[in-house]
Design a protein around this ligand. Structure first.
Ligand code: NAG
Length: 384
């Protein structure tokens, strides 16, 4: 990829800053610029602009690595990244500027991403392990900022995923997932010095990106609920509902924090979805009036949360629309089991309509069947 000529560069948003102020652009701001501009295909330009944010020792390799990656030559890219990664670890950490561990591990992530692209999952796994170990060193831990600690959570979560893909022993996957959750809870309980006392929005801190390296998308999805959800579903799949349930509860309380804290409609809908999962999990217990009551309470809460989140936003948000359809259906089923047919019918109808409007064919089929059975006067044969 050739660098655009100076003339071609002149319209870039980066150039809207007078030259003297360019250095004031924070990494956070650059994230947005890199994200937006890289998407429009000006990777080469960004490369040129931001290369200077890296120590001179790695610039050459980094530039060649990113260029080879853009050209789809992963083998070559891997070689350059490998060398840059080896080099950067020999440099004094101060040479990496502010939040140096974001840069250091960012290099590892970019390297591992190329390894994954060339289907070298095991090698990528080792690089991720190494990156995480760097963050877990005793003398390093105390100096990490919030985003750097969240980076560690993200890497550990990624390792959990890869351990599963690589079919490693279950305890290996569990180890990474547990560490991610524990660290996340430590961060929530005692944020780092730099953000102590403030109402830090961690859901956005995880997306810290780096000058030059557009990091893989999984890293930007890091947020507060995900590691808990992942560990919860790991235990649920393993049949350990006793471990899974408290994790779901924790995740719900983080996604839907008590007032006056607020969260986005998206997060609240994710919380509502977890309430649905919880309700389903409770129904797997031996049946009793008490389990039924609890399960319905969660289903009903899920519906209320989703309704409110939808009402507050002017356009449809992912995952609210699907969660809403499921919540209507679930609550309808509970009402039907209780013999409350009129309410059940109305909920099924709303659910059917919602499933139709978002093209959820499975939902349409299920709700139509349920309505049909209801109108035939049969009772619900089982629970969903
Ligand atoms: C919750 O349930 C939904 C729908 O059944 C499923 O897609 C999702 O993976 C579940 N989430 C967890 C964390 O178990």
């Amino acid at each position: 990829m050739r660098l655009p000529s100076p003339a071609a560069r002149s319209y870039s948003i980066l150039n809207e800053f007078p030259p003297a102020r360019k250095n004031l652009v924070t990494p956070w701001f650059v994230t947005i610029l890199v994200g937006g501009v890289a998407l429009s295909g000006y990777g080469g330009f960004i490369l040129y602009q931001t290369l200077t944010m890296w120590p001179p020792e790695v610039r050459g390799d980094l530039r060649d690595a990113v260029r080879a990656k853009h050209e789809g030559d992963y083998r070559k890219s891997e070689q350059y990244f490998h060398r840059a990664w080896n080099t950067i670890r020999t440099l004094p950490i101060e040479s990496l500027g502010s939040q140096p561990y974001l840069k250091l591990t960012g290099m590892a992530l970019a390297f591992a991403d190329v390894l994954e692209l060339s289907k070298k999952q095991q090698r990528a796994y080792e690089v991720y392990v190494h990156a995480l170990e760097l963050l877990q060193q005793d003398d390093v831990k105390a100096m990490l900022t919030g985003p750097e600690r969240l980076r560690a959570v993200a890497i550990s979560s990624k390792l959990g995923e890869l351990a599963k893909d690589l079919k490693k022993h279950k305890t290996e996957e569990e180890k990474w997932r547990v560490w991610a959750v524990e660290e996340l809870l430590r961060i929530v309980k005692s944020p780092s010095k730099d953000d102590a006392g403030e109402n830090v929005d961690y859901s956005h801190q995880g997306s810290f990106n780096l000058p030059l390296l557009a990091l893989p998308s999984w890293i930007s999805k890091t947020d507060i609920g995900a590691p808990l959800e992942a560990l919860g579903s790991f235990y649920a799949e393993a049949g350990r509902l006793d471990f899974a349930m408290p994790l779901y509860l924790q995740a719900i309380s983080l996604l839907i924090p008590p007032a006056p804290k607020k969260s986005t409609p998206e997060d609240r809908c994710r919380g509502a979805q977890l309430m649905g999962n919880l309700s389903e999990m409770i129904m797997r217990r031996p049946p009793s009036p008490d389990t039924l009551h609890q399960a319905e309470a969660w289903a009903s809460q899920a519906l209320a949360v989703t309704k409110k989140a939808r009402a507050e936003s002017s356009k449809p948000i992912d995952p609210c629309e699907e969660v809403y359809a499921a919540a209507l259906f679930n609550l309808a089923t509970f009402r039907n089991m209780a013999g409350d047919r009129n309410v059940a019918r109305n909920l099924y109808r709303d659910g059917l309509e919602q499933a139709r409007s978002i093209g959820l064919s499975e939902g349409v089929v299920e709700a139509s069947r349920a309505l049909h059975r209801l109108d035939m006067g049969e009772s619900e044969p089982g629970q969903k």
